[in-house]
Design a protein around this ligand. Structure first.
Ligand SMILES: *[C@@H]1O[C@H](CO)[C@@H](O)[C@H](O)[C@H]1NC(C)=O
Ligand SMILES: *[C@@H]1O[C@H](CO)[C@@H](O)[C@H](O)[C@H]1NC(C)=O
Ligand SMILES: *[C@@H]1O[C@H](CO)[C@@H](O)[C@H](O)[C@H]1NC(C)=O
Ligand SMILES: *[C@@H]1O[C@H](CO)[C@@H](O)[C@H](O)[C@H]1NC(C)=O
Ligand SMILES: *[C@@H]1O[C@H](CO)[C@@H](O)[C@H](O)[C@H]1NC(C)=O
Length: 504
């Protein structure tokens, strides 16, 4: 790594990598990329005398060709098949539209995609002011969705992000330093440093606190821990504090692309300040031979830190907001190319069936959801699913289990049939892809039964001073379950259909 000595603005203008980016973008196939980034890069766009030329790269297929436009219509000597490109010039702005049909054969069955999109760029002396230009596409086929991009780390596109990063600065507020001496018997040795750190260039706020008895291990965190839309880059902060001198050093890495989304920068900077702390020292009440010190910045005012620029790395174009490639298939891709349910916890209680279910896909931290036997349907032997606690509805990818289903179970053959409808929201939250399909599977485990006393609990909340009482049994019923209680199995889903539209 080389420390940046050239100005940030110069680095940004040149698009040079001052150091190489650490993050390797994992390779993904045509199909995955077509769902997540149906889009084109337009490079070398220039225009003169009604003639415009540029190079198109399809980011999903890697096809590329050089186009020339007469008026709005563009063509290429070696055209990309089924690609229609056009350009609209209006003052110092060029607006490029692309509409393409392509086929990916890396998955079975091979899949036809149709996508279209438009994007504009301002022109300087007949050349695009930013390059490449990203033309984000909406898919028309195989599903009509507009794949969403990430928001990126806080403040990356705040106007002035880059300019203010030239001279990194932070504001510290709500600073507290507490230091208590102790022998660990009559009083506890304890040190605590807390403050809020705001980066002036991005507006990013981190809450910092020390952990453990000695304030060397200082941990800072911002909104990144609650957000699913940060993308692949997140702001990191390291802080050092010397209790003897009150010297505090901040070292942070943040991101700016306000100057040009095609040339996002990863910027590190650090700064040191002696905190102007005012302290009160008094004996510990329980153990007067030990002292406790409590310090704040007078009037609880904030403290500014001015620092120096560290390393600057130019990241891949638009990578800040791009979807993060995954090594596992998403909900939509699994549902189309390899649809399977994973079942577990099959049981019957007084002949009423229940099991747990989840789609076999990139699950993240989601767990199977219970399905109980609901009303009998008109179809003999079939029951509505009574879908249990929906612990997946708050995550952006949505629940990975049916929102509606029906099932039939044959006790003799242990065959479980399921007709289900489910949806995938990871591509386009506003337009989920809705699936339906049937699976026929066997509960391939010994089923053991026991008689259990049935008690009826009420849902009524406990009254004031009332204790939870266990009701008397009202009968004896059969409770049956798989011999290995954690037995799980998968079932292929057949006759899958899909459509996209507003949320169910
Ligand atoms: C596209 O081309 C680049 C560079 O030529 C290569 O690194 C990448 O793996 C290719 N991607 C696909 C999907 O073929
Ligand atoms: C562009 O192409 C369309 C259809 O091919 C044609 O009708 C139109 O005249 C063309 N426009 C120009 C400016 O060449
Ligand atoms: C793109 O082309 C397809 C098929 O050629 C067409 O149905 C669709 O309307 C076009 N979309 C746009 C936005 O031009
Ligand atoms: C700040 O952190 C970066 C990245 O972790 C590191 O390379 C650099 O040496 C650190 N700078 C200081 C002054 O600690
Ligand atoms: C068990 O099921 C039968 C038939 O569905 C029902 O009549 C009976 O009330 C149930 N018993 C209990 C204890 O729930």
């Amino acid at each position: 790594m080389m420390i940046a000595r050239l100005s940030l603005l110069a680095a940004a203008a040149l698009g040079v990598s001052v150091a190489s980016a650490q993050t390797v973008i994992s390779a993904q196939g045509c199909t995955s990329r077509s769902f997540s980034i149906p889009s084109w890069f337009i490079s070398d766009l220039s225009t003169s005398d009604e003639k415009t030329s540029f190079t198109v790269l399809n980011r999903a297929t890697n096809q590329t060709a050089a186009y020339e436009c007469q008026g709005a219509n563009c063509s290429a000597e070696e055209e990309i098949e089924d690609l229609v490109a056009s350009v609209q010039l209006s003052g110092a702005t060029a607006s490029v539209s692309v509409n393409q049909t392509w086929v990916c054969s890396d998955r079975s069955p091979q899949t036809k995609f149709i996508a279209a999109g438009t994007s504009s760029v301002s022109l300087t002396d007949g050349k695009a002011a930013s390059s490449p230009l990203l033309v984000k596409g909406s898919l028309l086929q195989p599903v009509a969705v507009t794949p969403q991009y990430n928001e990126g780390p806080t403040g990356h596109d705040t106007p002035g992000c880059l300019a203010k990063s030239e001279k990194p600065s932070w504001i510290l507020s709500h600073v507290i330093w507490a230091d208590q001496d102790g022998d660990e018997i009559t009083s506890v040795k304890e040190q605590r440093l807390t403050f809020i750190l705001t980066n002036v260039a991005t507006g990013y706020e981190a809450s910092c606190m020390s952990q453990g008895p000695v304030a060397t291990n200082i941990f800072c965190a911002g909104t990144e821990f609650q957000s699913f839309t940060i993308g692949r880059y997140s702001i990191s902060t390291a802080v050092e504090f010397d209790p003897a001198t009150y010297s505090l050093t901040v070292n942070q890495t943040w991101f700016c692309d306000d100057h040009d989304a095609a040339k996002p920068l990863q910027i590190s900077g650090s700064g040191t300040i002696a905190l102007p702390l005012q302290c009160k020292t008094e004996p510990v009440a329980e153990s007067p031979s030990h002292l406790k010190k409590f310090c704040t910045v007078p009037d609880d005012s904030s403290v500014g830190i001015t620092g120096a620029l560290g390393t600057v790395v130019t990241l891949a174009p638009y990578s800040i907001e791009d979807p993060v490639p995954s090594n596992q298939d998403s909900c939509t891709i699994s549902s189309i190319f390899n649809p399977r349910w994973q079942f577990s916890y099959f049981s019957t209680y007084n002949n009423s069936i229940s099991f747990e279910i989840i789609l076999q896909t990139n699950r993240g931290f989601r767990y199977p959801n219970p399905v109980y036997q609901g009303k009998a349907t008109e179809d003999n032997g079939w029951f509505e699913c009574d879908i249990g606690y929906d612990g997946g509805s708050q995550v952006p990818d949505g629940p990975l289990w049916p929102y509606k289903c029906q099932f039939a179970y044959d006790e003799g053959t242990k065959e479980l049939q399921l007709k289900a409808e489910w949806e995938c929201t990871e591509l386009d939250l506003g337009n989920p892809v809705r699936f339906s399909g049937v699976s026929t599977t066997t509960v391939n485990s010994n089923i053991v039964c026991e008689k259990v006393e049935h008690r009826e609990y009420t849902d009524e909340p406990l009254g004031e001073g009332e204790e939870l009482t266990i009701p008397d049994p009202v009968g004896v019923v059969d409770f049956c379950y798989t011999e290995n209680p954690s037995f799980s199995w998968t079932g292929d889903i057949k006759d899958v259909t899909w459509t996209s539209g507003k949320r169910a």
